[in-house]
Design a protein around this ligand. Structure first.
Ligand SMILES: *Cc1c(COP(=O)(O)O)cnc(C)c1O
Length: 494
């Protein structure tokens, strides 16, 4: 299996190169040159396997330059049972008729990012040995809240790596901020920026492709890489849980192998839903990929009209990890849908950078519509949805559930469906509590709200969130968005 770039498909590199580099040198994203096909027999054989085994089945097809020992080391280390609060790793729970929630938040930071970011450091260090001649890897992360913490937790004290995280100062929940500011580890640093997630992400991308900065790092035998979902090593682990959820539904007798399902994904940077698209391309019987947005509904508009326009009001919502107007991974979808047209993708991405918008032609739009449906949920309907269900929904998951309800009402298509639950509700205790009690805040601090939420919902506060209360704050730095490259050098002590 080789990987090429969305903006230069004369490139052909190994998975180790794609993962250790993170982003292609001309700014494109690495994509697999083909998609391994899984027959229904092969999928059937995975039904009785535990998660780790299912993961190996998928990863083996993509990481063909890894030895079997390397693969075992990576996957078994990442999904070690003690790090997850469910022995299923990512359990599928039925909440109503054909509505099944895929709980992706049982990892150490209680968000779905753990599913990939527990594995990425293993993939990265093995890849760096193979493809980057032992250089020290500097992971730069722009985060809308959850990636930062999950990446810090994944990379902390991992030999030959350092990790720097930038988050929008007013763009994350209190719990998310506290999770990052209290991060332990010798090789980690965290800095807030005055700006939103798109500002942070654009600045990080610019630093990655800045030759002067790169050569300064090279002199110290260091190189940048990315733990954002622009990195192939972030996407490939996410394909696994779509196969796993499908196998779970079969195991529970809710479907027979071969039946189609729908998948609903609360979407920001388009990474998670792209992984579902890849699963479909590999032969997993998925009918529609339903893209759920919050009030920042740039993707709803794009997937229904073919016009991407980020020139619009930016909303700060109760689902901060989806407060994104530039969805990086859409570039990969456009590449595949256009029949691997790298020069078109270069043009579209230039238009996006210069004008903030672009449009795709009708052929591409119909290809998109064949696979995708899209909708969005505003803040009022997110609150109503949280209140309506006995199952405790975090605001991101509630966006997905609401968009799914609308989809069923509009289409009548109510086949068995998997709805991704991307965060534990306890990461957003204030929002969830006030949604449950008609806008009333609980009279107490963040941690008292956790306890009350636990009492009224009869569910448990995850241990890593409970533990935050007594952890000292280590990182308080704030910088301007145009100062990020200087901050990188400062934090690296160069
Ligand atoms: C990151 C995140 C999302 C969005 O996922 P993408 O892969 O960026 O589309 C949704 N919900 C939560 C809780 C997240 O952390």
């Amino acid at each position: 299996m080789k990987y090429t770039s969305t903006r230069d498909n004369s490139l052909s590199v190994s998975s180790a190169t794609a993962i250790s580099q993170g982003i292609s040198k001309e700014g494109g994203l690495f994509v697999p040159e083909s998609f391994p096909q899984f027959s229904l027999e092969r999928i059937s054989s995975m039904v009785s396997m535990p998660y780790v085994q299912r993961a190996k089945e998928i990863l083996r097809e993509y990481l063909t330059d890894f030895t079997e020992e390397e693969l075992n080391y990576c996957v078994e280390g990442a999904y070690e049972a003690s790090k997850f609060s469910s022995e299923k790793i990512a359990p599928t729970v039925n909440i109503n008729k054909n509505e099944n929630i895929l709980e992706l938040w049982h990892g150490p930071t209680c968000a779905f990012k753990d599913m990939a970011l527990q594995l990425l450091p293993y993939l990265m260090t093995v890849s760096a040995k193979k493809a980057a001649s032992g250089k020290e890897i500097v992971i730069l992360v722009a985060t809308s809240g959850d990636t930062g913490k999950a990446a810090l937790e994944g990379f902390k004290n991992v030999e030959n790596t350092r990790i720097l995280v930038f988050y929008p100062v007013d763009g994350v929940s209190k719990m998310q901020k506290l999770q990052m500011a209290t991060q332990e580890g010798e090789n980690v640093a965290v800095c807030a920026i005055e700006g939103n997630f798109d500002d942070a992400q654009s600045a990080v991308k610019a630093i990655f492709t800045n030759d002067e900065i790169k050569s300064k790092l090279a002199q110290k035998n260091m190189m940048f890489s990315s733990a954002n979902s622009i990195n192939w090593g972030r996407l490939v682990p996410q394909i696994v849980y779509y196969f796993s959820a499908y196998c779970d539904l079969a195991e529970q007798g809710r479907i027979s192998v071969g039946d189609e399902i729908n998948v609903v994904v609360p979407t920001g940077n388009f990474g998670n839903i792209l992984a579902a698209y890849y699963a479909k391309k590999m032969g997993l019987p998925i009918k529609k990929l339903i893209c759920a947005s919050n009030s920042n509904n740039v993707l709803t508009d794009f997937l229904t009209t073919g016009v991407y326009n980020k020139n619009r009001k930016f909303y700060t919502t109760t689902s901060p990890s989806m407060d994104i107007l530039i969805s990086s991974n859409l570039e990969r979808l456009l590449y595949h849908i256009s029949g691997n047209d790298d020069s078109l993708i270069g043009d579209l991405m230039n238009k996006l950078a210069n004008d903030g918008k672009y449009a795709v032609n009708d052929t591409m739009l119909s290809a998109i519509k064949a696979d995708f449906a899209a909708g969005f949920a505003d803040e009022a309907s997110v609150k109503n949805t949280i209140k309506k269900y006995k199952y405790l929904l975090d605001p991101h998951t509630a966006v997905a559930v609401k968009v799914y309800e609308d989809y069923v009402n509009n289409t009548g298509d109510d086949i068995p469906t998997v709805i991704d639950s991307t965060a534990s509700p306890y990461k957003f205790p204030k929002s969830v509590y006030s949604a449950l009690f008609d806008g009333k805040d609980f009279d107490g601090d963040e941690f008292e709200t956790l306890e009350e939420l636990s009492r009224v919902s009869e569910t448990e506060v995850p241990a890593p969130i409970k533990a935050l209360k007594n952890k000292p704050v280590r990182f308080k730095e704030v910088c301007r968005k145009d100062n990020m490259s200087e901050m990188v050098f400062k934090l690296l002590k160069l």
